[in-house]
Ligand binder design. Sequence first.
Ligand code: G4P
Ligand code: NA
Ligand code: NA
Length: 192
Amino acid sequence: MELLKNRIRTDGLVLNDSLLKVDSFLNHQLDPQLMFKMGEEFARRFSGEAITRILTIEASGIAVAIMAGLVMQVPVVFARKKKSAVTTDDLYCTKVYSFTKKESNDIIVDKKFLAANDRVLIIDDFLANGEAALGLANIVQQAGAAVVGIGIVIEKSFQPGAGKLKAAGFRVESLARIAAFSGGQVQFVPEA
Ligand code: G4P
Ligand code: NA
Ligand code: NA
């Protein structure tokens, strides 16, 4: 998505060879117009998929997910993170390890917000190692529902996540795909 790539070029800050700071429009301050356009782009890419619900994870996935939900007119559920969840019969729960933060969280979704007949689009802001997306997919599968696809704002294609998700059979649609950070500059994956 050219609009997003241009925004990353102008406002993204390359912190080191693997981390991009985008807190002026995605991770701290939010740009609602850009978010809405990204919601429209996800709706366009997944049109015809009869999606019934969007699933994301707190905190930074929520803003873009709600815009996609607004355009697609479906409810948006966000998984909550807990240091350690007290599991009950009412909750889906799975563990997500973050290589970036070197910590593990339990993520939970109340069973009343996912049904076996749901067709779910998973959305998140970053795709790095893929652990968050795999955790969300695991929760959808626990519900007996279908994962229609995974929509990502910024994919770091040089990290293993995208490959892992595709190898697991998921359709991944990333609005910006980054091949590398070199010399403080963002190199995007060329689009076909
Ligand atoms: P993974 O889910 O793909 O395995 O990613 P990983 O554990 O490595 O990422 C942990 C957190 O760091 C996630 O946020 C993810 O969005 C974020 N992250 C990963 N790479 C980058 C990056 O290059 N830049 C920025 N700004 N964030 C990155 P989180 O812990 O879920 O926090 P939240 O922001 O959603 O609250
Ligand atoms: Na995230
Ligand atoms: Na994040």
